[in-house]
Design a protein around this ligand. Structure first.
Ligand code: SAH
Length: 350
């Protein structure tokens, strides 16, 4: 049997075309888009102003995807909530809801697993399974908003996966997310984090989406960065920094850099000097994160270590902050929750 089309992944223009092909007037697409992305119905039967015959036809040709909750972990220290969602095919992804002074921020996943192989990251240990569809990324937001009764005002693409390795789906997701007739989120409130896939950064720059680009740096030296981030062998620092400068030039928005402090690994005075030299003239900001412990790896850092490194950077004229730690009691490092749940399935999966 042919699979039904995933209607939540269709942009408004694509939905218009699909409905035109069914002999429907254009305004039907706008109506259906609102049912899906504003009222967020789960069944075509709920679309009250759509004729019954069309609702039935839609039900034959399309599906409205949904997510199931596998685990919900709420912090007892702050308002952070972590979800492990089950996707329609039984795979799992994580997202984390955090409360800031400015509102609710959600960190979403963009792939099931990851190919990038960063040494300190739990998401990549068991490899890559598949890309998320635009609808699955949207549903991470819609489901979390519905379940928690909140409106998410900021989004970070920093969960499981490498967003620029799922470029087309992520771009379609962003188009859907920011559609004024849908969820209508301004992309100014979105941060996309990448390990540094240079050609995709250049492609993203051309689109001028207005989002914030964060680049995971973690080391200022090629030889070392290549040992902890294999992507650096393909796109070394000089190429990466050139792409970041091109991004700033094209979009007027400074790239921010993520730096997971790992004690004895990347937090010496020499590292601080090399980092300062690398960032000189960019005016960029560095986000320091004490590395989260991953069971299979020995990297570690205290908050004090991150603060020491911050002071070194500040003295060298680099603007750096240590990221606030939220939900530390439920913190299982990026991808750890999914990783553990897959292991307990006992040999299933990949
Ligand atoms: N693939 C993208 C986005 C997902 S990871 C990227 O690499 O940017 C989000 C951020 O968490 C990245 O900066 C990543 O390097 C960082 N990260 C991964 N594992 C970590 C760990 N154990 N401790 C701290 N940060 C980690």
């Amino acid at each position: 049997m042919e699979e039904k089309r995933d209607i939540l992944s269709l942009t408004r223009a694509e939905l218009e075309t699909a409905l035109q092909e069914m002999g429907q007037p254009k305004f039907r697409a706008a109506q259906i888009f609102r049912w899906l992305h504003v009222r967020r119905v789960e069944h075509f039967a709920e679309m009250m102003d759509i004729p019954a015959t069309l609702r039935e036809r839609l039900d034959v040709e399309f599906c409205i995807k949904g997510l199931f909750v596998s685990q919900r972990l709420a912090s007892s220290l702050d308002d952070t909530v972590k979800y492990l969602y089950t996707l329609p095919d039984g795979q799992h992804v994580e997202c984390v809801l955090m409360h800031y002074k400015t509102g609710w921020r959600l960190c979403i996943s963009t792939q099931v697993g990851c190919k990038m192989g960063c040494r300190f990251c739990a998401s990549t240990i068991a490899g890559y399974v598949r890309d998320l569809t635009p609808s699955e990324m949207l549903l991470e937001i819609y489901e979390t908003e519905r379940r928690e009764g909140v409106t998410i005002s900021g989004l970070v693409l920093m969960g499981i996966g490498e967003p620029l390795d799922n470029f087309d789906n992520v771009m379609r997701f962003l188009a859907l997310l920011s559609d004024p007739d849908g969820r209508g989120m301004s992309l100014r409130h979105v941060t996309l984090s990448t390990c540094g896939i240079v050609p995709r950064i250049r492609e993203l720059a051309k689109l001028r989406l207005g989002l914030t680009l964060a680049v995971s740096l973690h080391s200022p030296e090629d030889a070392h960065r290549s040992t902890i981030m294999p992507v650096n062998r393909r796109y070394p620092l000089a190429e990466l920094m050139d792409a970041c400068k091109a991004y700033f030039k094209a979009t007027g928005r400074r790239v921010t850099f993520e730096y997971a402090v790992m004690e004895g690994e990347n937090d010496s005075m020499a590292d601080a000097r090399a980092l300062a030299a690398l960032l000189r003239g960019t005016g960029s900001h560095v986000n320091l994160i004490p590395v989260n412990k991953v069971r299979e790896r020995s990297y570690h850092a205290t908050r004090q270590a991150a603060m020491r490194f911050q002071q070194m950077l500040e003295k060298l004229g680099v603007n750096a902050t240590v990221r606030r730690t939220l939900g530390s009691d439920i913190e299982a490092a990026c991808g750890q929750l999914r990783h553990e749940s897959e292991k307990h399935k006992g040999g299933e999966g990949y």
